[in-house]
Design a protein around this ligand. Structure first.
Ligand code: FES
Length: 513
């Protein structure tokens, strides 16, 4: 019965993020041949582009961004683009788990990131729909009021622009909210495409369609790519999950979460503000000026990657938005995969054991517009040899056993499940049950196979072991991709790698249907 319901549901609107749909794709050249560079940055999202921009602004003349696909198309191209230091309910927790001093660093760095974005936009005259906007975390149940009150107190104690708001301009019952004033929203691709243009030239480069395969060396680092070798004095891994995690610092301390967004047009004007629920399932709302009429971005319904059916989550969001507003149309749908650290604070800085010329930035927990910009500011200072006041809270080598032990051990258990594929139960008894356009893990001749039947009816069979560390991939029914639940690698339906940390495609597995 449930399966019939899923089969009947047609995903609404265009399968593309609004940000990608309304900006041209970039076309920077790939690397051609070997080069030597001062700073190489792997990954062309908000961290990579902003760091390269800031380094060049600071006078560095030998910086390169290396992107496996096209820039600003991954997580950054699928965000909700709220520019805010309000990251759900976090400050009360940060103070109790990290202490006041480090919570202050987190608050200050994210507030500074908002102002950094605003000042770049103003100094470069970038037209990117940047507008100041209040941000709210609202309680949709009476039980959450105490958490809201505690968060207001915690945020105020850190000097954040926080207050309690009892009367929200939303068309459903709420029980008060944490209000942060003077936050902002923008069009992230308009902003970052403008920054990218500033990077190119005078010894600095953006290389697209250039996949980093391996990092080697202890002093200057050799980056082996599919288009040549780059020797770099310093390397920043600003990919979703670092392709090189040599000391094994991170793979059990980060997990993947997929969430969903719809671009909706409603019959009435949307109130001033960006809104997010305090409770699960998360419901988030913001508006975006658009040529035809204002677009409302409704997002949330996140879950750990590889669990459940993706189409159900779009359906949940659609049902919810239709229950609170009269909807004229749903014009876009998209999803994204975020990487989250076990203690909910990103890892930014040097990987200390291994190579001191190697830096990482990851684990932005869905708030990458500000934490990604803060990462760029911190990494820029580190590369320039300057001290930065916010380094400590983001230190990749931190571990707070008392605070995060429970999450850590449950993460280890989850990762182990992924490695042995315990979570992935074959959904079809044999491949003949897979309909055109569908994929599934099936057992064929006693072996587990990732099988996809294309629209022409041809069955493609793959070894389901992820090329990063061997977790069993799972079928994403909405995006028609194979997703790895462990560290976020993604593959096309026919097994081509589309997202790191894996750098190679899934192996074919010949079977008799
Ligand atoms: Fe790490 Fe798949 S992404 S095992």
């Amino acid at each position: 019965m449930a399966d019939n319901k899923k089969a009947d549901y047609i995903l609404p609107g265009r399968a593309e993020s609004y940000w990608l749909a309304t900006t041209p794709e970039s076309s920077y050249p790939p690397l051609s041949g070997d080069i030597h560079i001062d700073v190489a940055i792997l990954g062309g999202g908000i961290v990579g582009i902003t760091t390269a921009f800031l380094l060049k602004e600071a006078g560095l003349s030998s910086v390169a961004v290396i992107e496996a696909d096209r820039i600003i198309k991954g997580v950054t191209g699928h965000t909700t683009a709220k520019v805010t230091s309000q990251h759900g309910l976090i400050y009360d927790r940060l103070i109790s788990k990290f202490g006041k001093e480090q919570a202050q660093q987190y608050a200050d760095s994210n507030q500074a990131a908002i102002e950094k974005i605003a000042s770049i936009i103003s100094s470069k005259g970038i037209d990117c729909d940047f507008v100041r906007m209040p941000a709210y975390v609202y309680a949709s149940s009476e039980e959450s009021i105490v958490n809201i009150r505690n968060e207001v107190d915690a945020a105020q104690s850190l000097g954040l622009p926080a207050s309690f708001e009892s009367d929200l301009p939303l068309p459903f019952k709420t029980y008060g909210a944490v209000l942060f004033g003077n936050q902002a929203q923008f069009h992230p691709r308009k902003y970052l495409c403008a920054l990218a243009k500033e990077i190119e030239g005078d010894g600095c480069h953006i290389f697209e369609k250039t996949r980093a395969l391996k990092l080697e060396g202890d002093g200057p680092i050799k980056i082996i790519t599919n288009k040549g070798i780059i020797k770099a004095n310093k390397v920043i891994q600003a990919t979703h999950f670092p392709i090189h995690d040599k000391p094994g610092l991170l793979f059990q301390r980060l997990y993947q979460s997929r969430s969903y967004a719809l671009g909706v047009r409603i019959e009435e004007p949307f109130p001033q503000g960006m809104f997010i629920s305090a409770e699960e399932p998360i419901r988030s709302l913001r508006s975006q000026p658009a040529r035809e009429s204002e677009l409302i971005i409704v997002s949330g319904d996140g879950h750990r990657t590889g669990e459940g059916n993706e189409i159900d989550h779009y359906q949940n969001l659609e049902k919810w938005i239709r229950s609170i507003y009269p909807v004229n149309s749903i014009d876009y749908h998209w999803s994204t995969q975020d990487v989250i650290s076990v203690d909910h604070v990103p890892y930014i800085g040097q990987i200390t054991s291994g190579n001191e010329n190697l830096y990482i930035a990851t684990g932005f927990r869905k708030w990458g517009m500000t934490t990604g910009t803060a990462a760029a500011m911190i990494l820029t200072d580190m590369i320039l040899g300057k001290s930065n006041p916010w380094e400590e809270v983001y230190n990749p080598s931190r571990f707070k056993p008392l605070e995060s032990a429970k999450t850590f051990f449950s993460q280890v258990a989850e990762a182990t499940k992924g490695l042995v594929g315990e979570r992935i139960i074959p959904t079809h008894e044999n491949a003949s049950q897979i309909l055109p356009g569908e994929g599934a893990i099936v057992k064929i001749e006693g072996e587990r196979v990732a099988a996809y039947r294309d629209e022409a009816g041809v069955l493609h069979t793959l070894d389901p072991s992820c090329k990063h560390m061997g977790c069993i991939v799972s079928w994403n029914s909405a995006e028609k991709t194979w997703d790895c639940p462990c560290h976020g690698s993604r593959y096309s339906a026919t097994g081509k790698v589309i997202k790191s940390p894996a750098v190679y495609s899934l192996s074919e597995k010949k079977v008799r249907e």
